[in-house]
Design a protein around this ligand. Sequence first.
Ligand SMILES: [Zn+2]
Ligand SMILES: [Zn+2]
Length: 190
Amino acid sequence: MSRRWKRPRIVSRRSRAVPVLVTLLLCLAACQDVQPPHMVSTPTMPAGPTSGDMGQSLAFTTSGASCSQGHTVQYRFAWGDGTFSGWGASTSASKSYASAGTYQVQAQARCVTTPSVVGEWSISRAVVIGDATPPPSGCCSFYVASVNSEVFHRASCSYVAQISSANKVCYCTRGEAIGDGKRPCTRCNP
Ligand SMILES: [Zn+2]
Ligand SMILES: [Zn+2]
């Protein structure tokens, strides 16, 4: 008997449909996992000064971090002395150091939607804080004298360059200098 029997074909068609359906369902489940892992990228090395004085406010900026799921990110800075800036949307923050030394400033970002998703610390910027002599008070761009001399000068006088910053005394007016017991320099005639 060579009559064709159609039934097995129907069965086979049905049996093909089942794996296709299973595959589709698996794909649906899998496709949800295909979403990128939730992570925040590393921001740039902080830009800012490489040196400063004690007590001086130094501003640093960073940028370039993003959340893999497109959320907003926040930044913070590690100041290298065990302290941190607060988390914030701003890409900049300022710091003043109380003691001299070299500090490593780094930046980090996190996801605002899921704050536990925190990125890596950036490359660090070294900042050298010097043992600054306190700046002389007064108007150093007007009249200058040395603590060791009775003469006062215009700030532009060549003698001023020879006065060490530790010995500088500054005055806003001639009267102020004279009142302090100083007399005018004969070269710059203030
Ligand atoms: Zn996120
Ligand atoms: Zn002078």
